[in-house]
Design a protein around this ligand. Structure first.
Ligand SMILES: [Zn+2]
Length: 311
């Protein structure tokens, strides 16, 4: 049953906890002439969860007129094709991620395929990811920092980046509700069905940190993440600060390990991050991207030198 979290804004349950073992919430906003859905879930979400959730509000998928994808990860845009099949909705998404949003092969190569020595998808894993991604649809409205969504309600786009190249937050100005989607990750979050945690994911240290600092500057009463419950302003700010502190901790850990060992590969650092800084299961997409991001930062600061050798 949908929960109203602010006037005109309802939180919708998804099938993601059953499929992938993590909470995931979508939000529908009555924006006057537009019925806005923030994020699409995975391929199965619209029919399995969003349709019945909307029905409880006397609505249907066909009533949606604007779907906003916060970023190009499968759990935020995998439902696009099914939503398009059921409605005449337009799709709005970060301009910086249009390439990933419209091309699954490109997304797989540029997100999962950056460090094959550290992480290589098996055929089964690739099929599984493509299954939750479904077909891509064209993005109708490219969003840039500072844009307002095309609706009779002030919904401001704030580019935060970091977690993904063009990740956006959306601030509903009337209710001072800040949708941060995947940008405020704290120190990770526990899976619902195992002891391991999902590590924070970011591909650029400075963009991630700058984005979090930007969120701290915004006036909001409620912070709404995709994978957790809404937080009041004080708790939301604490979570943002905790996310920034995590980055500092990984940075210190990386520098110390590099000093101790003299050299590091992405694979080695990711393995250490995934076991020493939390129970993240060692090598995974999150730890590999984090390791790469922190090593690249050290290289940019001329504190480390990237090297290649024949494998
Ligand atoms: Zn994400």
């Amino acid at each position: 049953m949908p929960t109203q979290i602010a006037p005109g804004i309802h939180q919708l349950a998804t099938d993601y906890p059953h499929v992938c073992g993590l909470p995931l919430w979508l939000h529908v906003i009555d924006a006057g002439s537009e019925l806005v859905l923030l994020d699409a879930g995975i391929a199965s979400t619209p029919e399995a969860a969003t349709a019945p959730e909307l029905a409880a509000l006397g609505l249907g998928l066909g009533d949606l007129t604007l779907v906003v994808n916060s970023h190009a990860h499968p759990d935020h845009m995998g439902g696009n094709a099914v939503l398009k099949k059921h409605s005449g909705t337009r799709f709005a998404a970060p301009a910086l991620e249009a390439g990933w949003l419209e091309d699954n092969d490109r997304l797989l190569t540029e997100l999962w395929g950056t460090d094959p020595a550290a992480l290589e998808l098996s055929e089964g894993e690739r099929t599984e990811i493509l299954g939750i991604l479904d077909d891509r649809v064209r993005v109708d409205i490219l969003l840039r920092d500072g844009d307002l969504l095309p609706a009779d309600r002030r919904l401001q786009v704030v580019t935060t980046s970091g977690h993904s190249p063009g990740h956006i937050a959306v601030l509903d100005e009337p209710s001072r509700t800040l949708f941060t989607f995947d940008d405020v990750q704290g120190r990770g979050r526990p899976f619902l069905d195992s002891q391991t945690w999902l590590a924070p994911l970011y591909t650029d240290v400075n963009h991630y940190r700058d984005g979090l600092n930007r969120l701290l500057e915004l006036d909001f009463d409620v912070l709404v993440p995709s994978h957790g419950d809404p937080l009041d302003a004080a708790a939301g700010r604490r979570r943002i600060v905790e996310s920034i502190e995590w980055v500092s901790d990984v940075d210190s850990f990386t520098r110390q390990l590099l000093r101790t060992r003299g050299s590091l590969t992405v694979r080695e650092l990711a393995g250490e991050l995934g076991t020493q800084l939390g129970d993240f299961g060692g090598l995974c997409l999150q730890t590999v991207q984090m390791a790469r991001a922190h090593l690249e930062l050290l290289a940019c600061e001329r504190l480390a030198e990237p090297r290649w050798h024949l494998s």
